[in-house]
Design a protein around this ligand. Sequence first.
Ligand code: 13P
Length: 254
Amino acid sequence: MRKPLIAGNWKMFKNAAEARTFIYAFKQAVADVKDREAVLCVPYTDLWAAAEALKGTPIGLGSQNVHWEAQGAFTGEISVGMLKEIGCQYAVVGHSERRQYFGETDTTVNKRTLAALAGGLTPITCIGETLQEREANKTFAVLERQIKEGLKGLPNPTAVVIAYEPVWAIGTGKTATPAQAQEAHAFVRQEFAKLYGTAAQSVRILYGGSVKPDNMGQLMSQGDIDGGLVGGASLEAESFAKIVKFEKAAAVTK
Ligand code: 13P
């Protein structure tokens, strides 16, 4: 059984005071949720305040990146140990914005993913094609490369969380249709199985890209979609709580 995981990625939004206000409202709004995990991936400067505010709740805490070395001369980076000390359980790795603007590659994504796993932090490793790649029919080739290179050598493959985020759907209001997302997720699971066999049945694959309260239920009705990585709609407590509380759609439009 794959327990649904819904993670909010705040990106570079909210200071510590705003994080506290959000969490105060959010933890009440999801207090009755039992059968799924909710996680907040917040800016580094919010981590301490968020960890304090989340104490005593089952809501997870995550960073938006993590370095592969334990310490050293790596200005602007942060280590697994530093994040664990604060109380982080998760780290987003290889987000398309890191790949696009900050030179992240499949090689560095792999190093960060391995380091997180080795240190007991759950990486939420992101993959996904750009619009150009999709239009050139390269979606599957890109995903195959990102999985083979970015997720190779995992000692405990079921501990990783994969996020499929088509770049063209991020922040654009253009969600992949449930069928498009399912097709990609099934492919990701199949490629992961080529590397790790039956572990692919247990690995959680999240969908990200314009997830909103009104499309989450349909997305979650798909067999290979195990949760969401939510940007814009995770910034408001009520809307993120609605996403966490998704109800699977009765009928899925294919
Ligand atoms: P949006 O939900 O704002 O499209 O962002 C998705 C995303 O990048 C989550 O990591």
